[in-house]
Ligand binder design. Structure first.
Ligand SMILES: CC(C)(COP(=O)(O)OP(=O)(O)OC[C@H]1O[C@@H](n2cnc3c(N)ncnc32)[C@H](O)[C@@H]1OP(=O)(O)O)[C@@H](O)C(=O)NCCC(=O)NCCS
Length: 198
């Protein structure tokens, strides 16, 4: 609850950035319930009660000590499935620095090694290139298309499904992501005695 002011400020600033990818409430059907967009308090209460019931793992993401986003493992199913799906967003002002792949890798390792889940899924609109890059860079497997899967930005939208099972990351996803990143980054140029690039 203490994050309310900062969360509201970040969300207000990022309204246009998030809108194309944000879940929306479908128009009510004659026999269905009327659902309203939750307030911040209602959202926190919902996250807490779902977490207490073992169905959700809600996280905020901090970058340099500042709240910059959210990552939620939702729809956790136990029994013969042991699976959950991940949703996420970051503040546009920190986009492109690898914040989300790092957050997803941390959470996947936590889910597989500590929580005991077996499968993690991410569903992404085909046109969301930045989000597809996140799962591509982390080596998620593409499983296929779910037509009209979720109500996003005012309509039922197709989603691509990406997944990982615990067997695919025996040594952890964070380590694998760090190694891949280090290989992709060219070594720093040698410096001369004045500290300038040689
Ligand atoms: C998808 C998202 C979470 C990625 O987070 P991130 O921390 O920026 O991830 P990365 O740093 O790995 O960048 C991913 C891609 O975003 C693109 N990107 C980089 N800088 C960017 C910027 N300033 N603005 C927009 N996109 C940018 C690049 O294509 C990058 O891929 P690359 O590393 O191959 O160049 C973020 O773009 C976001 O919150 N978008 C809005 C909400 C959303 O789409 N949520 C996911 C719904 S499935």
């Amino acid at each position: 609850m203490r994050d309310q002011r900062v969360w509201r400020e970040v969300n207000r600033r990022n309204r246009d950035w998030l809108r194309p990818w944000e879940a929306t409430i479908p128009p009510p059907t004659p026999s269905g319930p009327i659902v309203h967009r939750p307030t911040y308090r209602q959202m926190v209460r919902h996250l807490r009660s779902e977490a207490n019931a073992g169905r959700m793992l809600p996280f905020v993401i901090e970058y340099q000590g500042r709240l910059v986003g959210q990552l939620t493992v939702a729809g956790i199913t136990w029994g013969s499935m042991c699976s959950g799906h991940v949703g996420y967003w970051v503040d546009e002002s920190v986009a492109g620095r690898g914040v989300m792949p790092t957050a997803v890798a941390l959470v996947v390792d936590h889910c597989f090694r500590t929580v005991g889940l077996h499968r993690i899924e991410v569903c992404i609109r085909p046109e969301n290139r930045p989000s597809r890059r996140v799962v591509e860079k982390l080596g998620f497997r593409e499983e296929g298309l779910r037509p009209r899967y979720l109500h996003i930005d005012g309509a039922w939208r197709d989603h691509l499904v990406f997944a990982l099972t615990a067997e695919e990351v025996p040594d952890g996803l964070l380590g694998r992501w760090h190694r891949a990143r280090a290989q992709a980054t060219p070594p720093a140029k040698p410096q001369n005695t004045q500290g300038n690039p040689a």
